[in-house]
Design a protein around this ligand. Structure first.
Ligand code: MLT
Length: 271
């Protein structure tokens, strides 16, 4: 995967693109989860179906994208605005838009700002609701941990929650790879993502009006956004189908790429 760069005003959006300049292909735009970067989609970029072009941006401050100056009040919809800028600047014709976890929150932000932009949706290991008050308290604890220990403290705290039981027992390489990726991210990017997520709005009203085909995917061993949340999410969207990926946790696309890719390819083949 080779990073590309788009300059919008004084900002840089880094992204991966499986077929730069191919205007004939159908497009799937994928938004990464927290606290990772677009590189989390590598297993999907290795298996792009014929006739498709996959594009995956780094959200502000992650991977190779720049972060806005501190002091501006960060919102999840800023990330969504960057996704929309990327679609417009690359002249991507009505893409499928999808994301994992935080990337799902961003996808819902895209629907809030530009409801007619996506031709279909992929929502992986994510949820429709805003943070509860307990969820916000947990975010404040994470912010304090970030201040004390930086990204490596975040990696230590989060990895056991991010990966499913099976991956933790059987795939230490996935765990060490994710630890490396989390430690590469900057503390300001992680801090601003936590703030954006803790203040994100509830998206049920937006999802109720979705009329495009939607794939909801969840890892069976996901404890952060469990299968019960995915069932609620799928029930909130009129044309949704739900796929539960066995032996996977919160990052089903990385933990069981073959099963995830099979579900994705089957969904895309029907668009
Ligand atoms: C993610 O994977 O993007 C995060 O776990 C989402 C969250 O913390 O709400």
């Amino acid at each position: 995967m080779q990073r590309q760069y788009l300059h919008v005003g004084d900002r840089t959006i880094a992204y991966y693109d499986s077929a730069p300049g191919d205007t004939a292909a159908k497009v799937l735009l994928l938004v990464h989860g927290f606290p990772l970067a677009a590189s989390m989609w590598e297993p999907q970029f290795k298996s792009v179906p014929a006739g498709w072009r996959f594009v995956a941006p780094d959200m502000r401050g992650f991977g190779g994208s720049t972060l806005e100056p501190e002091g501006e009040s960060p919102s999840i919809d800023d990330y969504a605005g960057d996704v929309i800028d990327l679609v417009r600047e690359l002249a991507l014709a009505t893409p499928v838009v999808g994301g994992c976890s935080m990337g799902g929150y961003v996808t819902m932000g895209v629907l809030r700002i530009a409801p007619r932009l996506p031709r279909a949706l992929v929502l992986a290991d994510t949820r429709a609701g805003a943070d509860t008050s307990e969820g916000r308290a947990a975010r404040r604890t994470t912010l304090a941990l970030l201040e004390r220990e930086g990204p490596s403290g975040i990696a230590r705290d989060m990895l056991p929650k991010l990966l499913g039981r099976t991956t933790q027992e059987e795939s230490p390489d996935i765990e060490s790879n994710l630890r490396r990726v989390i430690k590469q991210q900057s503390a300001p990017a992680i801090r601003s993502a936590i703030e954006r997520m803790m203040h994100r709005p509830d998206s049920h009203a937006v999802l109720k009006n979705v009329s495009v085909p939607t794939l909801v995917v969840v890892g069976q061993e996901d404890t952060l956004t469990p299968a019960a949340d995915a069932e609620k999410l799928a029930a909130a969207i009129p044309a949704a189908e739900l796929v539960v990926v066995p032996r996977a946790g919160h990052f089903a696309n990385l933990e069981q790429p073959a099963l995830f890719n099979a579900a994705l390819t089957s969904f895309l083949s029907r668009l």
